[in-house]
Design a protein around this ligand. Structure first.
Ligand SMILES: *Cc1c(COP(=O)(O)O)cnc(C)c1O
Length: 355
């Protein structure tokens, strides 16, 4: 597909100067601009940067009824030398297209994705905060916009990219419960896709867990409810016997970029890694005999979320969270890569040539 040069319409009253980017709640404050492209007649058209504004949609728009929505969540960083880098954009782009395919939506080319991403980051460059734990969170998403109440796949879509400055996501360690009543995803379902419906389905079980005093659930598999899958909307990792262990990718587990990055860092550090099924039974045994030394969730938003308590049925087990743990070491290494403080040997940073 040929992509035409995108248009850029600047905001008449940018708000960045009035903001203190050091003190922000997660995901509330949009930057001054957004990127929008419209899909019609089997092509993406009218791509451009416009001032951030509300959308106009027909109440008949298909995304409002049948869940044809897909999104991504990625970050740009202010490096120590002042340049801005976007972390592993090709991984997020590939996953966006996998999700779009599963929900029967049109693909977004690498050129269109990167043009939208880089132009948005360039016009909103002053919104990229600096410092450890701070970044510009970027949300590309695609929604079905054709106005039709009849059940069908949409012939029209919007591809939008919005962004907001963020600081660290979780301030406390997590208490989680192994969920064996509800499931997030089933084999053959949409679990590997980053689609809105997966999130909608997770809210009620998470709400019940919160009422019991937990932060999140540890999801188990849809078939036997016996194998650990993910932690809330993050991938799950454990350390025992000096190995980093995480469930293998499948149709019900999301292929997290943070998961992949941390597996790679573990190998760099000489830590053995295992991607294999982990039963609730094995987890409980390791919690009882003390061989489990770390449990944590990983994802773009929180990066690493240490888990300090795991409940299995009525029993609550405490997991130590130590300063010299692998998870906190990995988090520091990632942060050093983002800020350009150590060598980026896997070329994960896509550096934009503006300061
Ligand atoms: C987004 C997401 C993750 C984390 O993926 P990252 O690429 O690391 O942000 C994990 N699980 C689910 C269900 C997700 O939606």
């Amino acid at each position: 597909m040929e992509t035409q040069p995108i248009t850029i319409q600047k905001s008449p009253k940018p708000g960045v100067k009035e903001r203190n980017l050091a003190d922000l709640p997660f995901g509330q404050l949009p930057t001054d601009h957004m990127f929008v492209a419209a899909y019609q007649a089997e092509a993406w058209e009218n791509a451009g940067i416009v001032p951030f504004k509300e959308l106009s949609l027909s109440p008949f728009a298909l995304c409002l009824h049948y869940g044809q929505t897909v999104f991504e969540g990625m970050k740009a960083y202010r490096m120590a030398d002042g340049y801005i880098s976007i972390f592993r954009p090709e991984k997020y782009h590939q996953r966006l297209n996998k999700s779009l395919q599963r929900i029967c939506m049109p693909q977004v080319s690498w050129e269109l994705f990167m043009e939208g991403l880089t132009q948005l980051v360039i016009v909103d460059q002053e919104w990229v905060p600096s410092g450890v734990g701070s970044s510009l969170y970027i949300r590309p998403f695609v929604i079905a916009t054709e106005a039709r109440l009849g059940v069908k796949t949409s012939d029209e879509y919007l591809f939008i990219i919005v962004a907001c400055p963020v600081n660290s996501f979780y301030s406390h360690n997590l208490k989680v419960k192994v969920e064996t009543t509800y499931i997030r995803a089933a084999e053959g379902g949409t679990g590997y896709a980053k689609c809105g419906g997966n999130y909608a389905a997770s809210f009620y079980p998470t709400h019940l867990a919160k009422e019991e005093g937990f932060d999140q659930v540890l999801w188990t598999d849809g078939r036997e409810k016996e194998y650990i899958e993910e932690s809330g909307m993050m991938n799950i990792m454990f350390v025992w016997e000096n190995r980093l262990v995480t469930p293998p990718l499948s149709s019900s587990i999301l292929d997290g970029v943070t998961r992949d990055s941390i597996l790679t860092l573990a190998k760099d550090l000489g830590l053995q890694t295992e991607e294999r099924k982990i039963s609730v039974h094995e987890l409980e045994e390791r919690l009882q005999n003390g061989s489990l030394t770390e449990a944590f969730g990983v994802g773009t938003a929180a990066v690493v979320a240490p888990i300090e308590q795991i409940a299995i049925r009525e029993k609550r087990y405490t997991v130590p969270v130590k300063e010299d743990s692998f998870m906190l070491t990995a988090k520091r290494l990632l942060s050093d890569i983002w800020l350009g403080l150590i060598e980026d040997k896997h070329t994960w940073n896509y550096v934009i040539s503006i300061k």
